[in-house]
Design a protein around this ligand. Structure first.
Ligand SMILES: C[S@@+](CC[C@H](N)C(=O)[O-])C[C@H]1O[C@@H](n2cnc3c(N)ncnc32)[C@H](O)[C@@H]1O
Length: 322
């Protein structure tokens, strides 16, 4: 939408030639900028936005760029498709045109790394690239860019801080230091919770005799999970009230197991309706054999937090809730 006039903008033309046809005077707006990438947002393989800090004689200015792959002359450098194609701190040279009818940003026609600049260089010691040095350098570049943009700082790297499993890659652009003692404590708690959950998972795997990579097939997984729920909580607890709410339960494999195999009432909440709401033929047979008409109730709605942070469900047409 055009914020100023409240009008919807037409889609970006499918080629530069189409743009020229729609806006014949566009070439008159051609400009060349050289500057440093302060931020970029890769929306898709075809669309990337970037804020460039351009040094001019009078003052530094921020220029908003739009890389629409259809308009970029890709004979030399293709339009960026990944964040790493346009790292923060990179010096680039861009040739742009302006077509405010389509986009408020400058539209990139050609671009390349600036001949006299590049991404920050990381020294390679005798043992290769130093990860710590690389991360520190990235932090420095990112912090500077955020400061120039007036932002309030980078998000903490979840892997580095232990909140998420695994180690971060050299390309990681999140923060690798704690901003406060509170942040460090919070990260420590999150790490402990994650480790606890991993230990529990390992115990369960031991109990059920399966290695981490020996997943049973999908149909049997629901049966195993149902058995575990019954063993852990008991039928009585699971059947209390209206029974089990199977949120985002997909086609209802778990609801089927609990309700048909264990007689526990279940309500499946999932907006997707499979096979037009029909059961599979073996399920119809199984119900017939048991003299039942229905296995479980299915509410084809989404489950979400409402504005007062209470869980609620919503129909596709924003209808009834809990
Ligand atoms: C991977 S499938 C679920 C698979 C299922 N839990 C199982 O193990 O068989 C994810 C499901 O989540 C549902 N879903 C996503 N967002 C949801 C929401 N906000 N409320 C309810 N269901 C949602 C989708 O429709 C989809 O069927």
């Amino acid at each position: 939408m055009d914020a100023e006039h409240g009008l919807a903008r037409p889609a970006i033309p499918s080629s530069f030639e189409a743009l020229l046809e729609a806006e014949p005077q566009v070439l008159e707006s051609k400009r060349v900028f050289q500057g440093e990438v302060l931020s970029r947002r890769v929306k898709s393989k075809h669309l990337t936005f970037c804020t460039l800090q351009v040094q001019s004689d009078e003052q530094d200015e921020h220029v908003a760029l739009c890389f629409a792959a259809a308009l970029v002359d890709e004979s030399q450098v293709p339009s960026p498709t990944r964040r790493n194609d346009l790292p923060v701190g990179l010096q680039i040279e861009v040739e742009v045109v302006r077509a405010p009818r389509f986009r408020p940003e400058f539209l990139v026609r050609r671009w390349r790394r600036a001949p006299d600049g590049g991404s920050p260089v990381v020294e390679t010691g005798a043992h290769g690239v130093s990860m710590a040095r690389c991360l520190a350098l990235k932090d420095q570049v990112n912090r500077r860019a955020k400061a120039l943009l007036g932002g309030d700082g980078l998000a903490l790297c979840k892997r580095w801080s232990g909140c998420a499993a695994g180690s971060c890659s050299e390309a990681c652009e999140f923060r690798h230091y704690f901003q406060s003692a509170e942040e460090e404590t919070k990260a420590r708690h999150a790490r402990c919770a994650r480790e606890r959950s991993q230990r529990l998972q390992a115990q369960e795997q031991e109990e059920y005799g399966e290695g981490p990579h020996e997943k049973v097939d999908k149909a049997r997984r629901a049966a195993r999970f149902a058995a575990w729920l019954v063993k852990t909580y008991g039928r009585e607890v699971l059947s209390s009230g209206r029974g089990v709410l199977d949120v985002a339960g997909g086609q209802g494999d778990l609801s089927w197991q609990l309700s048909v195999e264990y007689g526990i009432p279940c309500t499946l909440i999932d907006p997707m309706v499979r096979r037009g709401g029909e059961l599979k033929s073996w399920q119809r047979r199984a119900l017939r054999k048991r003299g039942r008409e229905q296995a479980f109730e299915h509410l084809p709605v989404t489950f979400e937090l409402n504005t007062s942070s209470r869980w609620t469900w919503r129909t596709r047409r924003d209808g009834a809730g809990m």
